[in-house]
Each structure stands twice: as structure tokens, then as C-alpha cells.
Design a protein around this ligand. Structure first.
Ligand code: SAM
Length: 289
């Protein structure tokens, strides 16, 4: 089976990396110019820069796809967000997609989100919609640490298919040390100064190169300290992880890069929104049975 996929809320194109030779992304959609520029640089095609909340159904229908791969904004369901669910304006695009689904349901769908999505009104709407159209569903709570990566990023995946889906356990690999994920040449500007350390050090999640874990890197990692991701302790001091190191911990290919004019904070933001590629790949493989 070769999937013909729509990548919705495409960001850096994590689903496209995950899909690999299992299929092709026929079209991608994202409103962010920075995400779309990075997507184009790495995947050779520019996503449609469209607001999904007002997208006419015909636009999606015209692509003739069988699979939707989507990662809607997670803030309405985040521990640190307001948890308004569907009442949050950032859910308008998801609501629109559910309406388009009614008109033109794909044969398969995979949705990724934060754990708070489970049990939300958006989750209930999704499951009811999938059921009504006779799709079988399967749900997974997965973390890259189960896939051998030293990075915590717990996420929920909802899979749906016209065919019955397996419920395989994830690989259950043990994460190795951080050392192989670190840059061979450090960027000195990543080190935290004395004033920042005096203020924030007690709350920082500190790790060393021999440790086997990092905390989840969130979009605000480039500007924030406490609760935004891990900081590395070296002989020289305490530093942020570089964007390349975060990309490696997400399982993005070594060839992945940002357009040169993408500001550092934006890079962290895009990565913080991104997918763990080995986890997403395993999930897509489940569609194959
Ligand atoms: C959680 S991120 C998805 C990240 C993506 N899976 C990846 O691999 O990088 C959500 C994305 O949805 C986009 N987005 C949010 N609201 C949107 C809307 N209303 N219409 C189109 N894109 C939207 C954001 O720009 C962001 O890139």
C-alpha cells in the first residue's frame, strides 16, 4: 500500500519525514511563512500558505488523497495553556477540518497532539466523526524514550482506517547517553551568563553528556529557562542545547537545515512544535498493518 497523504499543519514536515517510502505527501498546508520556508528548503516543495479555518472543502478534495496526517495546534490542550479545547480560537481550523471530513472523509487519518487532547471535547468530536464514517480507530500514548531516544516528548496519536488496525506495543528500546547527540564543536554563545544563572539555576532541568534523558523542548526554549527543556552541564558551565542538537534528539535527519535568515528563537519554536520522527514513523507503519 502506498499512501497518498495530505499533511495538515505541516510545520517542518515531520510527517513527511516519517512517511518516507511508505507513501507521498501530495499537498501540505501551514499558515506560517517561517515553517513553510524551512519545509521548502528541506522537502523541495512549498506548502500551501492557507488559513485552514476558512479553507473550502474543494481545495482538499482536489488533491485526491486517501490519508490525512495532522498535528493541530496543541495550546488548547496543553498543561501550560488555558485548556479551553474547542472553545479556543486556535481550534477553528480543527473544527473546519472535521466539517470537511463529513463531506469528503479520507480512508485513513493520523492525528498527533499533547496528552491533554485525550478526553477533551475535540477528542470526542474526532472519535464521533471517525465512528460515523465507519473508520476503525486505535490510540497510542508514546514517548521517544520508548524508541531509544534520550528525549521526553509524550504525545498522543489517534489512528483511523477503513481497515482494522493492529495494536502493537511500541519497541520498548532503552535510551542511550546524550553524548552522540551533541555538537562536536560547541557554540560558546549558548552558555548562560552569571545573571541568568543567579536567577534561574535552581529551576533548570540540568543534564550531562552521560545522562540518558532530556526534558521535552518546547517552542519557548530559545527565550525561556524553567520548564522549557533541558540545559547541559559541561566543564565550561551551563548551556542551552543548540538547535542542531534539538533536531537530532527529535530524530530529524542530519541534512535537515533552516533557511539562513530564520532567527534563532524561531528555529527553537519550530522544533518545539515538531514531531519525534522515529515515533511518527512507527505510527505511520501501523497503518500498513
Ligand atoms: C504543532 S505544529 C505542527 C508541526 C509539524 N507536525 C512538524 O512536523 O513540524 C502546528 C502547525 O500548525 C500551523 N497552524 C496553526 N494554526 C493554523 C491554521 N489555522 N491554519 C494553517 N496552519 C496553522 C502552525 O503554523 C504550526 O506550524
Amino acid at each position: 500500500m502506498t499512501l497518498r497523504a495530505l499533511e495538515l499543519f505541516s510545520g517542518l514536515g515531520g510527517w513527511r519525514y516519517a512517511l518516507g517510502e511508505l507513501g507521498s505527501v501530495v499537498a501540505a498546508y501551514d499558515i506560517s511563512p517561517a515553517a513553510n520556508a524551512a519545509y521548502e528548503l528541506n522537502h523541495g516543495e512549498r506548502p500551501h500558505a492557507r488559513e485552514l479555518a476558512t479553507l473550502p472543502a474543494e481545495c482538499l478534495k482536489a488533491h485526491g488523497t486517501d490519508t490525512w496526517l495532522l498535528s493541530p495546534p496543541c495550546q488548547p490542550f496543553c498543561r501550560m495553556g488555558n485548556r479551553q479545547g474547542l472553545a479556543d480560537p486556535r481550534c477553528k481550523a480543527f473544527l473546519r477540518l472535521m466539517a470537511i471530513f463529513e463531506e469528503a472523509p479520507p480512508k485513513q487519518l493520523v492525528l498527533e497532539n499533547v496528552e491533554g487532547f485525550l478526553g477533551s471535547d475535540a477528542h470526542a468530536l474526532l472519535i464521533a466523526t471517525l465512528d460515523r464514517h465507519g473508520l476503525h480507530t486505535q490510540e497510542y500514548r508514546l514517548c521517544p524514550t520508548q524508541f531509544g531516544l534520550p528525549n521526553q516528548r509524550p504525545r498522543v496519536f489517534v489512528l483511523a482506517s477503513k481497515r482494522r488496525l493492529p495494536h502493537d506495543p511500541p519497541p520498548g528500546l532503552k535510551p542511550g547517553p546524550l553524548a552522540p547527540f551533541l555538537d562536536s564543536e560547541e557554540d560558546a554563545s549558548l552558555y548562560l551568563g552569571a545573571a541568568v544563572l543567579a536567577r534561574h539555576k535552581p529551576g533548570l532541568d540540568l543534564v550531562r553528556s552521560q545522562d540518558h534523558r532530556t526534558a521535552c523542548f518546547i517552542g519557548g526554549y530559545g527565550q525561556r529557562y524553567v520548564g522549557s527543556g533541558s540545559f547541559l552541564v559541561t566543564e565550561r558551565g551551563i548551556r542551552r542545547f543548540s538547535t542542531r542538537e534539538v533536531a537530532r534528539l527529535l530524530g530529524l535527519p542530519e541534512a535537515f537545515r533552516f533557511p539562513e535568515n530564520t532567527p534563532q528563537e524561531k528555529r527553537y519554536k519550530l522544533l518545539g512544535n515538531g514531531l519525534s520522527i522515529p515515533v511518527a514513523r512507527w505510527v505511520v507503519q501501523q497503518l500498513e498493518g
